[in-house]
Design a protein around this ligand. Structure first.
Ligand code: GLC
Length: 684
């Protein structure tokens, strides 16, 4: 009897451990055995993409299936080379602006279940490149300027997805902060900046989420292309303990030997430098060896083993996705991300009443906004819920009239005018940087509204900051709605009417003018090498170093229009009772947040660490903890946030390692990087 009990217990443990696939469950022996049975041609063919460019090689005689991949970070975009309809979640910057780990975890789970429903094993997301300038065409896919917020968002997205048995691919590794000439402009930065700002999100995904795959970026890093960069992949990524697949971005390889020796496993979307002909020639003259191929095949197959892909039925399973649950997940995340920048005279929430006409206008009022490129996803029903449809669905208590143009008699009699403007897939997209200003028609729509009505509310779709100076002082409210996905119209309608109070917070610093961003002067999309030699890469120098975003605002003494972590809601909060208590590996920070108003709302409490007398130059303060909780009207809620050793560390270039200096640190608790409410001192 006892033996049976023990056997059952072992099975239960085994199931529990394997219930959640993570790259830490690789079966190295099984992979090595398969590699030993492969022919040279099979090894060459396994290290590059196949078929429509989103598949890996099948080797049926060895039971190795072809795995299917799909874009993109906010939904399943493509199958067999065709774009499909699937659940279209809010974009990355909206997920980051939610500051809601649970909601992002649900997004990952939702995309993972959709992937299984479509027979996809490897999703090409999350995209996590740090926001350096508003001009980057792909900021909308990513998670903002701060490494801690970005890494917590990525970690929860990956955990949610991989719990569904689908491998996540964190991208683009690394320093891919611009789209302008993304193949050619080298991102040049120092080692400390790279580790403290640009590697952090990838490293946490490896160390704390067990991400299954990493995609290298297009750009050179300090002059060496990421897809052929041993310093990047072998000296860093692999040394963090990463045992999964490293794939290239699409068409980002240049040299057969550099690719094969550089540490990347999989050339995508197909073989350019790793063709049979080229590799065989290199094998014959001994420049590369079969062991080089074995290393790549081993890493690919052991990753497959960790996720059960060598044994499972990989065919599409429509029952894997509960469409209603996906819709709910998309809606709930769309509620969490929008950021209310301005709300003069408490014009929001909208007042109900059959006579309170809402005039709706602007180019984005009745479209499904999304950034362009591989992150563009078509909603499940092909159209999603636009803002106009979301407002219409509110019923007769919120009468809305959609204006194709500035109709004076309607604008004059309306109680409020909502103007929906911003970017979309043609003006904010992968493949090129965008401009800072909005298209003329968008600004003119706001100007027409303010001409006839004093109660104007601007709703804007974008992946980052843009120029609001033409009209910001003339409107009463501004809400950043990002690209909110297929449920965006319903979610925004709920926020505008106060059914739910806004709770998004800025995941980047909103400077107010492009040139106020200290990094902008170095961002110049490309500079010739000082020698002027055209044969050297043009490059962008990360001259601001670690002083990016709010770190730079303090360091360079520049006051932004709206700080990192800022966002309004329909009530106010008080902070009190800060206690910082020593814990096993650091400190537990507890405090109380009290809702002072008559509306229940969520508050994102942020914890910053500020070294008092650092031994090296450091940012004044850095975000090292946050939590978002619902605080009912008139009530108080206690928050507890843990600070481990990493909350106090900086990257020491002399030892190439993270270091915690002894000394005094301020623990600062607040509702934005500039709005610190409580402070205490601790000594390390
Ligand atoms: C693109 C993107 C990458 C995407 C891949 C496949 O160029 O950079 O994010 O996953 O190619 O579409």
């Amino acid at each position: 009897m006892k033996k049976i009990v023990l056997l059952l217990a072992a099975c239960a443990m085994a199931f529990a451990l394997n219930a959640y696939p993570t790259i830490n469950k690789v079966d190295k022996e099984r992979a090595a055995k398969l590699v030993s049975q492969m022919t040279i041609d099979e090894k060459i063919d396994l290290i590059s993409g196949k078929e429509d460019g989103f598949r890996t090689l099948a080797i049926p005689r060895l039971g190795i299936p072809s795995l299917r991949m799909a874009d993109g970070p906010q939904g399943v975009r493509n199958i067999n080379g065709k774009n499909i309809h699937s659940t279209f979640f809010p974009c990355g910057i909206s997920a980051a602006a939610s500051w809601n780990r649970e909601a992002v975890h649900e997004m990952g789970a939702g995309i993972g279940s959709a992937a299984k429903a479509h027979g996809v094993q490897i999703m090409l997301g999350p995209g996590v490149n740090i926001y350096r300038s508003a001009l980057c065409g792909r900021n909308f896919e990513y998670y903002g300027e701060d490494p801690y917020l970005a890494s917590e968002t990525a970690k929860n997205y990956i955990l949610g997805m991989q719990e569904q048995g689908v491998m996540a691919t964190i991208k683009h590794f690394a320093l891919n902060q611009q789209e302008y000439d993304r193949h050619g402009v080298s991102s040049n930065a120092d080692e400390r900046t790279i580790n403290e700002i640009y590697f952090a999100t990838f490293r946490k995904a490896v160390e704390e989420a067990g991400v299954g795959a990493v995609m290298t970026s297009y750009n050179p890093i300090n002059g060496v292309h990421a897809a052929e960069n041993p310093w990047l992949v072998r000296e860093n990524l692999r040394k963090w303990g990463f045992e999964g697949i490293v794939m290239t971005d699409w068409t980002s390889t240049y040299n057969s030997v550099d690719f094969i020796k550089g540490g990347v496993d999989l050339e995508m979307p197909k073989a350019y430098v790793a063709t049979r002909e080229k590799v065989r020639a290199l094998l014959e003259n001994g420049v590369v060896t079969e062991a080089d191929l074995d290393e790549k095949c081993q890493e690919i197959l052991q990753a497959f083993s960790a996720f059960g892909f060598l044994d499972a039925d990989l065919s599409a399973d429509p029952s894997a996705e509960d469409a209603a649950l996906s819709q709910k997940r998309a809606y709930e995340l769309a509620l969490e991300g929008p950021v209310l920048l301005k709300n003069e005279d408490n014009i929001l929430p909208l007042k109900p009443g059959k006579k309170n006409l809402i005039a709706l206008m602007g180019p984005n009022a009745n479209i499904m906004p999304c950034g362009g490129g591989s992150g563009y996803v078509q909603p499940e029903d092909g159209k999603g819920v636009t803002l106009y449809e979301g407002l219409k669905a509110l019923g007769k208590n919120y009468p809305v009239e959609f204006l194709g143009g500035p109709n004076p008699e309607v604008l004059k009699k309306a109680s409020v005018v909502i103007v929906a403007i911003g970017f979309d897939k043609l003006t904010e997209t992968e493949g090129r940087d965008r401009v800072y200003g909005l298209d003329r028609l968008h600004n003119e729509a706001v100007e027409a509204a303010v001409k006839y009505n004093k109660n104007v509310i601007v709703v804007a779709n974008s992946g980052g900051e843009f120029d609001i100076t033409p009209w910001a002082d003339q409107v009463k409210a501004i809400i950043l709605d990002w690209y909110p996905g297929q449920e965006g119209g319903n979610a925004l309608a709920a926020l505008l009417t106060g059914k739910v109070a806004p709770s998004g917070r800025l995941p980047f610093t909103f400077w107010g003018k492009l040139g106020k961003n200290p990094a902008q002067k170095w961002y110049k999309s490309a500079q010739l090498h000082p020698s002027g030699n055209r044969d050297r890469y043009p490059f962008t120098e990360y001259g601001e170093g670690i002083f990016l975003g709010y770190r730079g605002a303090e360091h360079f003494g520049v006051k932004p229009l709206y700080p990192f972590g800022y966002g309004l809601t329909y009530t106010t909060f008080d902070y009190s009772g800060l206690k910082v208590v020593p814990a096993a590996d650091g400190f537990d920070v507890t405090f109380t947040v009290t809702n002072k108003g008559g509306v229940s709302a969520k508050e994102v409490a942020q914890v910053y660490v500020s070294p008092v007398k650092p031994s090296v130059i450091r940012p004044v303060r850095e975000l090292k903890g946050y939590d978002k909780k619902l605080v009912a009207k008139g009530k108080s809620v206690e928050y507890t946030i843990h600070l481990g050793p990493e909350a106090f560390s900086y990257y020491d270039v002399a030892t190439h390692a993270w270091k915690v200096d002894k000394g005094e640190y301020k623990i600062q608790v607040g509702s934005s990087a500039e709005d610190i409410r409580l402070e205490a001192s601790v000594t390390k």
